[in-house]
Design a protein around this ligand. Structure first.
Ligand SMILES: [Zn+2]
Length: 141
């Protein structure tokens, strides 16, 4: 599955630091793929991506393109944030259990009303002028 890539005007409010290791994740987002890491020894999946397994400490995890689909576990509206994000207030955040994957936190978009917990959500790439971010929304179908 491929994440929809949604063009966003302007630059990211607080651009993430990209390293030689995380470059695979950020390039994946630009290509519409949500890359996580999976341990070749115990199978534990991690997000944010980790070079060393957080479960069994095996080195050299593998990259895996996740479907980007999951279930909304929790959500909240943020009304106060660090000044970098003040222009974006209020915004909605969610905690998502990726199908057969890790639990992640991300921005929820396109939801004026609180979404029902347990609903299906999908990740999308937000393509800003200076690079990508990701967010989740109700599936476009
Ligand atoms: Zn492991």
């Amino acid at each position: 599955m491929t994440l929809e890539i949604i063009a966003r005007p302007g630059k990211r409010a607080y651009p993430p630091r990209v390293t030689a290791f995380t470059q695979t994740f950020w390039q994946g987002l630009l290509d519409g793929r949500f890359m996580i890491t999976k341990c070749p020894k115990c199978g534990h999946m991690s997000f944010p991506p980790k070079r060393i397994c957080a479960e069994c400490w095996a080195p050299n995890t593998d990259w895996l393109a996740h479907s980007g689909r999951g279930i909304l576990y929790s959500q909240s509206v943020v009304n106060a944030a660090a000044f970098y994000f003040a222009a974006e207030l209020p915004f909605r955040l969610g905690i998502i259990d990726l199908h057969d994957g890790p639990r992640i936190a991300t921005r929820l978009i396109g939801m004026d009303e609180p979404p029902p917990l347990g609903c299906e959500v999908e990740l999308v790439t937000l393509a800003y002028e200076d690079g990508p971010l990701y967010a989740a929304r109700l599936p476009a179908k």
